[in-house]
Design a protein around this ligand. Structure first.
Ligand SMILES: [Zn+2]
Length: 712
């Protein structure tokens, strides 16, 4: 074994590289007397193998000797005077792990008075005081230096298994959601001056706010790197749990009340993570209450279950987060979380080797990579495409656009036969090059709207059939009364039309097209839409509805308007079918199902064959999930595969396998909240299809019922 291979094997041999499940008791200072055995009884019964416990920072639950730590006064009522010590010992006695929770974002009034130089300073020169606590700035010495003292004291005393830092970022708003502005402390001024000629912004209204956001990420990111190196050099088996740059990635599934609900939020986030950083496990900390101002009100059980089901189905590690010790506050959500967490633990062998087998990827926009109004519309486009694929049981992965230029990304992309790029606007030349290479190597890109179009109309993708945009996109009301059609309209001059005509809404672009492209269908320019007596006159325009072109062994399809936003807005199946007509030629239907569109199919493999997660989303309510509808008698068909056996893991029953020609057909028991099918396969490669499929799929032409015009 080479040194590199040994280091790589070491990196992958840590405890967090095997599936784990976490239970977080987020304690109040009064909980320093917690009964560790009772808590561990609950945690074990819940199915979790790791306890996330408050340790230090705002309040210490051990007798810290550091002058800038604040031990809970209630530790005096504890026999040992040391909750953390008792908890680590008791957890390890049972074979459970313990992650220490720390929060460096605030200090007590006493510490604040001793170290005013550590504190956040608002644009009008004020500290941030909340419930007797003062906010601390990540630029200052408390974060940058004293953090290491706090970690060292804990590592000196306790054989903990990990650290989690809460609120590890710049304080711009407080718990009451009051916006206080960008920190102006001396440390921030000095650090910002080193990377910018401008003065610090005051908030999002400042021109350089987005530059500052990058600065803030870099400040916490470089600190994370230093902390991670320090921890791993002292204790290589201690994990670091954080949103970015740590050994375990932190993802929180929560209600965030007052914001729009996207029912696929958790699955999306986990998919984007595991396909971006497959070597860094992700922990999905699922909040058992409805939100911060209502920490005692339990989350709706079905919604809570969705957090955990979506997490495990996409390869994340489930975690449950409650306030206080178990039992002090009653949460209606916990029984449903227990079911999923126990299931995950019982089937740890599946989750140890689970990988996605999706052959489609959808690129997710980056909130920081574009202006807020632009992000809002692009996200709608992305969500329309996401929903279309989910509802029609096309298994897909999510790729974060900001990760496409990461080292090794091209290799990861090659497993997809189709990558959808939803109205992302300018991508930058690095990302465009990766996508060009992907297409040249045999993949197919589907670009909608303005994807890969620069502000000046240049097209960044060399592989695109589009040469350059003609003028600015038509947006919003300027797109009204416009239609796209993929069928011939021979009688349009007589105002008689052939179905389907689908609305074009959101944004519409005109392009100069390259030679050798295949133009499909047409766009019907606007005609009057009121009053009804005058509503006629749509003719077949010169602009195509969809265009495609080969590139190397692959190709690119462009839908020059926002089909995803149109579907999000109107939800008609005809719009969805329009989109799918650009997907299906590049997708091998390895698995089909008779389940309705309210079932999400997530396709994976483990070391024995196929793993299908079926998520029953019938309980989706406007802002949450309620009880699901039981779905009897669904069928799953595996194309081109004769599977010797199959098992429904949730129903805990074998599935009778029958063959139909070269296919395997599975008749399933009634689908409750979710099911996981484990299918042993004789010929995995047929079903996984990701690699073998590439070359053949891209050579197929776009579906036959379309009108084709080739531009020369
Ligand atoms: Zn500062």
């Amino acid at each position: 074994m080479t040194d590199d291979a040994r280091r790589d094997a070491n990196r992958r041999s840590r405890w967090w590289h095997r599936p784990f499940s976490v239970f977080q008791t987020n304690l109040q200072e009064i909980d320093a007397t917690l009964d560790v055995d009772a808590a561990l009884d609950f945690i074990e019964d819940y199915g979790a193998d790791t306890w996330l416990l408050n340790t230090g920072g705002i309040v210490s639950f051990h007798p810290s000797r550091l002058s800038f730590q604040t031990p809970s006064p209630y530790l005096a009522n504890r026999l040992s005077g040391d909750l953390v010590g008792d908890a680590v010992t008791a957890a390890h006695d049972r074979g459970l792990k313990l992650i220490a929770r720390l929060d460096f974002s605030k200090v007590s009034t006493r510490v604040a008075q001793e170290h005013p130089e550590w504190l956040y300073v608002s644009p009008d020169g004020q500290p941030q005081l909340y419930n007797t606590l003062y906010s601390v700035c990540p630029s200052g010495a408390y974060y940058q230096e004293r953090t290491f003292d706090i970690l060292d004291e804990i590592m000196d005393r306790y054989a903990i298994d990990g650290f989690f830092f809460n609120w590890f970022n710049f304080n711009e708003r407080d718990y009451s959601r009051r916006y206080l502005g960008v920190c102006q402390c001396t440390s921030c001024q000095e650090r910002y001056a080193a990377c910018s000629d401008e003065s610090l912004p005051v908030g999002p209204e400042s021109d350089n706010y987005r530059d500052w956001l990058k600065f803030s990420f870099e400040t916490t990111g470089s600190l994370t790197k230093r902390i991670a190196a320090h921890v791993s050099s002292r204790c290589p088996d201690v994990a670091l749990v954080l949103r970015r740059g740590a050994t375990i990635a932190y993802q929180e599934a929560n209600n965030a009340f007052g914001t729009d609900v996207w029912h696929h939020e958790t699955g999306e986030a986990v998919s984007a993570h595991v396909n971006t950083s497959p070597d860094v496990p992700v922990m999905v900390n699922s909040v058992a209450f409805v939100d911060m101002p209502y920490r005692m009100a339990g989350e709706q059980p079905e919604r809570f279950a969705q957090y955990l089901i979506q997490a495990i189905a996409r390869g994340g590690n489930p975690s449950t987060y409650i306030m206080g010790p178990p039992g002090r506050i009653p949460y209606a959500s916990l029984p449903s979380g227990r079911e999923v967490t126990q299931f995950h633990r019982q089937h740890i062998d599946v989750y140890t080797s689970l990988e996605s087998a999706a052959t489609i990827a959808v690129v997710r926009p980056d909130r920081l990579g574009m202006p807020p109004h632009r992000y809002a519309t692009t996200r709608e486009e992305y969500r329309g495409i996401y929903a279309s694929l989910q509802q029609t049981h096309h298994p897909f992965d999510v790729l974060a656009v900001e990760s496409l230029t990461d080292a090794g990304s091209l290799g990861r992309l090659s497993r997809y036969s189709l990558i959808v790029v939803p109205d992302l606007g300018p991508l930058g030349l690095g990302t465009a090059k990766v996508l060009d290479d992907y297409a040249y190597g045999g993949g197919h890109l589907l670009c909608t709207g303005s994807s890969a179009v620069g502000e000046d109309g240049t097209v960044e993708l060399a592989s695109s059939p589009a040469d350059a945009a003609k003028g600015k996109p038509e947006a919003d009301a300027a797109t009204w009364s416009r239609y796209a059609t993929l069928v011939e309209q021979p009688d349009a001059d007589d105002y008689c039309y052939s179905p389907p005509l689908v609305p074009v809404w959101g944004a519409n672009l005109s392009f100069a097209w390259k030679p050798g492209t295949t133009m499909l269908g047409s766009v019907l320019p606007p005609a009057p839409y009121g009053p009804p007596e005058k509503c006629y006159g749509h003719v077949v325009g010169a602009e195509p509805a969809m265009v495609t072109k080969m590139h190397g062994s692959g190709g690119v399809t462009v839908i020059p308007w926002t089909v995803g936003r149109t579907y999000r807005e109107f939800g008609t199946t005809e719009v969805r079918n329009f989109l799918l007509s650009a997907v299906t030629p590049h997708f091998e239907n390895a698995v089909t199902t008779t389940f309705p569109e309210h079932v999400e199919l997530i396709l994976g493999t483990d070391d024995r064959g196929l793993v299908l997660h079926l998520l029953n989303l019938t309980g989706a309510r406007h802002r949450t999930f309620g009880p699901h509808v039981r779905i009897p008698g669904g069928q799953v068909r595996l194309h081109g595969v004769k599977a010797p056996r199959a098992e429904a893991l949730v129903a805990a029953s074998p599935i009778a396998v029958r063959y139909d020609g070269s296919d395997t057909v599975l008749d399933l028991p009634p689908l409750e909240r979710f099911e996981v099918l484990r299918v042993a396969t004789l010929n995995e490669t047929n079903v996984m299809s990701s690699r073998s499929h590439l070359a053949s799929a891209v050579a197929e032409s776009i579906g036959s019922p379309t009108t084709e015009r080739t531009q020369s």
